[in-house]
Design a protein around this ligand. Sequence first.
Ligand SMILES: [Zn+2]
Length: 43
Amino acid sequence: MPTTGENPGKGTYYCKNCGQKVVLDDDSDRLPPCPKCGKTDYK
Ligand SMILES: [Zn+2]
């Protein structure tokens, strides 16, 4: 599963902890820490 700092490519990811949606709309974007809870694991 993707984590903060990785570059998984375009797509929609959800925080594993709180379900916050994070959208990456560019292939060069890296996943940020969750903007809601600060966790780093996504699914
Ligand atoms: Zn979260």
